[in-house]
Design a binder for this molecule. Structure first.
Ligand SMILES: C[S@@+](CC[C@H](N)C(=O)[O-])C[C@H]1O[C@@H](n2cnc3c(N)ncnc32)[C@H](O)[C@@H]1O
Length: 345
């Protein structure tokens, strides 16, 4: 059988949607959650991931019959829609809750600072009561900038990230389960423009919660991580912030801009090819520094500050690795094959 040409490793990251099964039905519906047992939920999610992986391999080897067979299996299982429903069931409070609460906890300092600034601006506004037009100008002028969040792989518009007056959240997914979630592949999402080096055209926080493990192959996972770095407020604004920051200590406590990364715990703690040290090196090589992490029985949560090209240059200058191939770190049975591969430009 004729083999399909493998895409070049250095080509522009391709849309992940092209490697996905068709969406099972129109995307604007607001489906009521059926009650699924946790065993059923787990089986559905695991089978979906397994079929996705097999589908990616069949596509790569150009096995057309196999592709059709796996797509039919995915469709019979309910496709991405059923997978999303199962994932939402898994987010219920009685099943461990939704990861956005952990992110908000780690952003607490930023949230409280803005709340205090808001209170301050309101009291100044009240003092200027005599002149209404001035009051508005003053209040608006003093208003803190909201924390701009991009949530990739969003299942609901209702989560802890919505904090009135403090955050603005843009949500995207391959399949939009409800209004307010844009249906777009992150790999196709236009990179924010920064006209004239203007700050604030990007995001302060990018959330990738249980998304990277959805991507079926290791190179595409690396591409996804690499792409995250282009969505933050411009490197110029980050650098300016750093220069304005009064001390190194202050710089150490800075949280924004940052990446929130959540993976199933076994992807990090029981993989042949990935562990916490390796993940840290991969993210350091992209210009991230580790701020927080926590592991529960099911999930690994982490927060990484993006320190831009400057940090990446320093990493390279100090001899840091920038290419991460599929290298066995922990041999032996009983482990999984989750892996992230990173190639240089
Ligand atoms: C397990 S759900 C995770 C949902 C939620 N973030 C959570 O933490 O529970 C994974 C979602 O990521 C979405 N997804 C995967 N790859 C994506 C991509 N490249 N762009 C946008 N969404 C993506 C899938 O469609 C799916 O709805």
């Amino acid at each position: 059988m004729a083999k399909k040409k493998r895409p070049s490793k250095h080509s522009k990251p391709s849309s992940l949607k092209s490697g996905r099964p068709p969406l099972s039905r129109p995307s604007t519906s607001n489906t009521k959650l059926p009650s699924l047992s946790s065993k059923h939920t787990r089986t559905l999610i695991n089978t979906h991931h397994l079929l996705q992986k097999r589908l990616a391999t069949a596509r790569l080897t150009g096995d057309v019959a196999k592709v059709a067979e796996i797509e039919a299996q995915l469709a019979a299982q309910g496709g991405l829609e059923s997978y999303q429903l199962a994932s939402r069931t898994g987010q219920r409070n009685d099943r461990g809750g939704d990861s956005s609460k952990v992110l908000v906890k780690w952003l607490e300092g930023e949230v409280q600072a803005r709340k205090a600034a808001l209170r301050g601006s309101r009291s100044i506004g009240e003092r200027e009561d005599v002149d209404n037009s001035k009051q508005v100008t003053l209040v608006e002028g003093m208003k803190p900038k909201p924390i701009r969040i991009l949530e990739v792989g969003a299942l609901s518009t209702q989560n802890a990230l919505n904090i009135a007056g403090i955050t603005t959240v843009r949500r995207i997914d391959l399949r939009s389960p409800e209004q307010g979630i844009e249906e777009i592949d992150f790999m196709d999402l236009p990179i924010p423009a920064a006209p004239n080096g203007e700050a604030d055209s990007g995001y302060d926080v990018l959330s990738l919660s249980l998304v990277l493990n959805y991507v079926p192959d290791p190179e595409a996972r690396g591409e996804m991580l690499k792409r995250t770095t282009q969505f933050f407020n411009t490197p110029t604004s980050t650098r300016l912030q750093r220069e304005q920051s009064s001390s190194d200590e202050e710089d150490q406590t800075r949280v924004l801009p940052c990446l929130f990364l959540v993976l199933p715990s076994p992807c990090l703690h029981n993989s042949r090819y990935l562990d916490a040290e390796r993940l840290t090196s991969i993210l350091n090589s992209l210009g991230y520094s580790h701020l927080h992490s926590k592991t529960t029985r099911k999930l690994y949560y982490s927060l990484w500050r993006y320190d831009d090209q400057h940090a990446r240059d320093q990493w390279v200058m100090s001899g840091g690795q920038t290419v991460f191939k599929k290298t066995e770190l922990k041999p032996g049975g009983g482990r999984n094959n989750f892996c992230i591969v990173l190639e240089t430009e």
